[in-house]
Design a protein around this ligand. Structure first.
Ligand code: AMP
Length: 242
């Protein structure tokens, strides 16, 4: 296993039981909050490139499961197509396993999780059990008209191992409909029709927006008013002294 030690604030220590460097105390552990289309995925990719931490997107995991036709995928598919949230119990099952995978020792960015107060409460318990301390919950605050425009023009690579994001207006693939990175088809997600988008945004306002108050009370909130991903990256780097 290799780590980008230079980008990590503080000393790594060698865990003699596990025979590996343990960076838990020194790595970035963030939650990315924000409406669908706020740019959580883009920000996560930029931040993980800085310090070698991992992006954990429950949406990507679920889309991968739907494409692979697993039990989880079959259970989740209907909710996702309608733009509804998948039940908390399914999501917590995914996250409990994922957060214990070895790559999380490099730090992690939670993208699209938690999405409800019960998920946030369950996450607090899970992190306490795993002896992990969060650095911040970053709320990416983007005006609603920009979000709507972005979601309607967003396109995604259909390969579940890639899932690169494009935008027909601002960032189209070099060859129309083909992913620059892996050559698979670039498509409009089924939950990015106008109807599903307005449903997802209503669900966000009802179920997910209250997390901003939740993390504010915990003293973990970093709110960034942002129309560009760079502004968010700068704010996080400043806050965490990266
Ligand atoms: P995303 O790509 O994060 O917008 O997620 C796409 C869809 O996956 C959402 O509209 C939900 O149906 C489902 N999903 C992703 N993350 C969660 C979560 N934390 N809780 C419940 N449903 C989720």
């Amino acid at each position: 296993m290799s780590y980008n030690l230079s980008a990590v604030d503080g000393e790594a220590f060698y865990d003699t039981d596990k025979h590996e460097y343990n960076l838990q105390e020194n790595t970035m552990k963030l939650i990315l909050l924000g409406a669908p289309g706020a740019g959580k995925g883009t920000v996560a990719k930029l931040l993980t490139a800085i310090d070698g931490s991992v992006q954990i997107s429950t949406g990507d995991i679920l889309r991968g499961a739907v494409q692979a036709g697993t039990e989880l995928g079959k259970e989740a598919e209907g909710y996702m197509k309608r733009g509804d949230l998948v039940p908390d119990s399914l999501i917590m099952g995914i996250m409990e396993k994922r957060l214990q995978e070895p790559d999380c020792a490099k730090g992690f960015l939670l993208d699209g999780f938690p999405r409800t107060i019960p998920q946030a409460e369950a996450l607090t318990e899970l992190l306490a059990k795993l002896d992990i301390t969060l650095d911040k919950a970053v709320d990416i605050d983007v005006p609603k008209d920009i979000i709507l425009d972005r979601l309607c023009t967003r396109r995604t690579c259909e390969n579940s191992d890639c899932q690169s994001i494009y935008n027909v207006k601002s960032n189209p693939p070099k060859q129309e409909g083909i992913c620059d990175k892996c050559g698979s088809k670039v498509v409009q997600r089924e939950d990015e029709t106008e109807e599903a988008i307005s449903h997802r945004l209503a669900t966000y306002n009802e179920k997910t927006a209250p997390l901003i108050g939740f993390y504010e009370k915990e003293g973990l909130l970093l709110s960034v008013k942002a129309v560009s991903s760079d502004a968010v990256i700068d704010a996080v780097k400043k806050e965490l002294s990266l």
